[in-house]
Design a protein around this ligand. Structure first.
Ligand SMILES: C[S@@+](CC[C@H](N)C(=O)[O-])C[C@H]1O[C@@H](n2cnc3c(N)ncnc32)[C@H](O)[C@@H]1O
Length: 282
């Protein structure tokens, strides 16, 4: 890989810089490495030395490069993204799993490891449900999403890791039956203003339904909080991701819906990113 990067320095980087400038794009060297690795893996020719002499390999690489220069996320080009301890298939129907969401897994793993039932609402790639299933194989895990194409990706990921998860197509709780010891959810919580400020790559290629939470980013929260009590077992816990600046609003929302014991957890950068509520606190 080192060799290729040196060759790229000499042969390619000037050209790349020019192209990047034209498309208003800041190219990351690590992205370049990933694209080279992806091209080599997609080609029969696995030999770094021949990289620039294999027309098929160069075609794959150039196509991937063009996609990146049009701001497509690297994970969608190469088709996967690392999350927690696994590698998940992703495409343009699912949100790229983000590192801050791993905090929900940490919190679930702190609970006593009994036979518990869990619902992952808005599962997307299935990254939360599957990561928890791998850590706690005895849990009964359900995962839902409104988007059937997202569920297809989540099912592929569940199959890849041989996890048993019951997938349900549902508009939040509409098709959910029963109640659960744990509900986890990373809902769309980006406000209108914040959405406009997101990078072009995110706005162009990641599903808006996975990100946009209405004017103040709280629309999905309202719908979820309105129902969550009925779907939790006694002593049941819900862990939800929140925007870095939403603690106050979310706290008020839960209080308005009668919740009393509301706890917030910080991520590694010191921002409150997870809210936890307990059913019996009402
Ligand atoms: C922020 S993404 C989270 C995806 C995944 N859980 C993760 O953490 O990477 C929100 C997910 O909620 C789903 N979603 C949006 N509106 C929904 C609704 N009304 N009912 C159910 N799921 C919904 C989206 O399709 C998307 O997969």
């Amino acid at each position: 890989m080192q060799k290729i990067l040196i060759m790229l320095d000499n042969k390619f980087l000037k050209h790349l810089k020019k192209k990047s400038k034209l498309s208003n794009f800041v190219f990351d060297k690590r992205d370049l490495e990933k694209l080279i690795k992806y091209s080599l893996e997609s080609s029969k020719n696995k030999d770094f030395i021949n990289f620039f002499y294999d027309p098929y390999l160069l075609k794959i690489f150039n196509f991937a490069l063009r996609r990146r220069l049009s701001h497509e996320p690297i994970s969608q080009i190469i088709g996967f993204r690392n999350f927690w301890k696994s590698v998940f298939y992703v495409d343009n129907h699912v949100l790229d799993p983000r590192p801050e969401t791993e905090l929900i897994i940490e919190k679930v793993l702190e609970l006593p490891s009994k036979n518990l039932s869990l619902l992952d609402l808005g599962t997307g790639s299935g990254c939360l449900a599957i990561s928890i299933a791998l850590e706690r194989p005895h849990f009964q895990i359900n995962a839902s999403d409104i988007c059937i194409d997202a569920i297809k990706i989540a099912k592929l990921n569940a199959k890849k890791y041989n996890t048993r998860i019951n997938f349900i197509k549902s508009d939040w709780f509409d098709n959910i039956i029963g109640n659960f010891d744990i509900i986890v959810c990373n809902p769309p919580y980006i406000s209108k203003n914040e959405y406009m400020k997101l990078s072009l790559g995110i706005r162009r290629f990641e599903p808006k339904i996975a990100l946009y939470g209405g004017l103040k980013g709280l629309d999905s929260y309202r719908k979820i909080i309105n129902n969550i009590f009925c779907y939790l077992k006694p002593n049941g816990l819900a862990f939800l991701e929140i925007g870095y600046n939403q603690k106050k609003d979310i706290c008020k929302l839960f209080k308005d819906y009668g919740f009393d014991k509301i706890e917030f957890f910080k991520d590694l950068t010191g921002k409150y990113r997870i809210v936890c509520v307990k059913k019996d606190a009402i």
